[in-house]
Design a protein around this ligand. Structure first.
Ligand SMILES: Cc1ncc(COP(=O)(O)O)c(C=O)c1O
Length: 387
């Protein structure tokens, strides 16, 4: 009765089972994977948010498939404030970046076509690709005093079915930004084939580097789709508002926007109240950014302090975003190790394989976990290896 594409293995994995059992037994767990900003103790201006959502025009239904103009203007202003030119008419609003990916896959790919994704990266892509009958092909990143694209492996990953390349900038969980020269190389790489470039920039604003992060939102050398949204930028995933900024050669861009408009028109999925609230919600982001950056910096320095007295564990360079990658002894699979950390010291981390690390010996922790909980959890990890 069901489609092949939904023939998933729905059994709980061993780590989720171990976590559920521990929770059911009432044991306290220090959850270092917490990354839902609405549950990490940040303060939001509740009254202002409620006012923004309660505008009388919300009672009218006048759908615009690209998104209500005032909301797109607010997004265009967001880019303008960072000196990135993105025209209001080059934006399509969606209910999340996940939906944005689906729209773009539907726009570009026939069943079985391929999209290149970085490894390691965020695990969301597999499911989205399955749902759109798209085949993902991984291109490796390598770590050498920071993360780099392996361009020769990238060339080897391209086939006649390749339709697009995804770059996550900064990447989740590695927290590295694509440098200006690597952005230029990626644009050239795509333009030569030609394939489209999809830039996921949901964490762009959370930069720990001195130098400004480079965005691909106004890249013109190839058809480019840049994704972001309120989920991370404003710490409001519950609002369900994101966008696609389309850039590139004029003809391709116009055609892509016209077709995306039809896809968006089929669903009209972004609710009116949040679109009307978008200018006010985006204007609130500096307060959220300040809290996140304080938290991330405090947690990183706590992490470094805890790691400084031992040599079993270390952390990889992190330029931004909300997570840190730990190098841990590769004495067993990362999943076994995560289960052991849960059972022995009550600390929950994500195993590296969850994010497609090529080698074992990695664990990922969220840097927006409240500070006390983070400090206690982190203290127990190296202690586990030296105890
Ligand atoms: C890199 C990356 N892209 C996209 C998303 C999904 O964002 P949204 O809530 O807008 O669908 C996430 C969520 O964690 C993410 O880490």
């Amino acid at each position: 009765m069901f489609s092949e594409r939904t023939r998933w293995n729905l059994a709980e994995n061993r780590l989720s089972r171990a976590l559920a059992e521990l929770r059911a037994s009432g044991q306290a767990i220090l959850d270092l994977t917490r990354s839902n900003p609405t549950e990490c103790g940040f303060s939001y201006d509740e009254k202002r948010i409620q006012r923004a959502l309660a505008q009388p025009e919300s009672l009218l239904y006048q759908p615009n498939p690209r998104g209500i103009r005032s909301a797109r203007e607010a997004v265009s202003d967001y880019y303008e404030q960072q000196r990135i030119p993105v025209a209001v008419d080059d934006l399509i609003l969606t209910s999340g970046t996940s939906e944005a990916y689906s729209f773009i896959f539907r726009l570009l790919c026939n069943p079985g076509d391929e999209v290149l994704i970085p490894a390691p990266s965020y695990p969301l892509f597999d499911l989205l690709a399955d749902l759109c009958d798209v085949k993902l092909v991984r291109y490796p990143l390598f770590y050498d005093y920071g993360w780099q694209v392996d361009f020769s492996a990238l060339s080897g990953a391209v086939s006649t079915r390749t339709k697009a390349l995804i770059v996550v900038n900064p990447n989740n969980p590695t927290g590295h930004y694509t440098s200006e020269s690597q952005c230029a190389r990626l644009v050239d790489f795509c333009a030569q084939r030609p394939i489209a470039l999809i830039a996921d920039e949901v964490f762009l604003d959370f930069c720990l580097k001195e130098t400004r992060a480079v965005s691909l939102a106004s890249a013109n050398g190839v058809l480019t789709f840049t994704l972001s949204g309120l989920s991370k930028i404003c710490g409001m995933p519950q609002m369900k508002l994101a966008w696609i900024a389309v850039s590139g050669p004029a003809h391709a861009k116009t055609e892509a926007l016209a077709r995306l408009e039809v896809i968006a028109d089929a669903y009209l999925s972004v609710a009116t109240p949040v679109q009307l609230a978008a200018p006010a919600l985006l204007a609130m982001r500096p307060a959220f950014h300040a809290q996140v950056l304080n938290r991330v910096k405090a947690n990183l320095s706590e992490l470094d302090a805890q790691l400084s007295w031992q040599s079993a564990c270390s952390r990889l360079l992190c330029e931004g975003g909300w997570s840190a990658v730990l190098r841990i002894p590769a004495i067993q699979s990362d999943e076994d190790l995560a289960i052991k950390l849960l059972a022995k010291v009550g600390v929950y981390v994500h195993p590296g394989h969850f994010y497609d690390f090529a080698q074992p010996g990695h664990a990922v922790v969220s840097l927006i976990v409240p500070q006390d909980e983070f400090a206690e959890g982190i203290r127990r990890i190296p202690a586990h290896f030296s105890g």
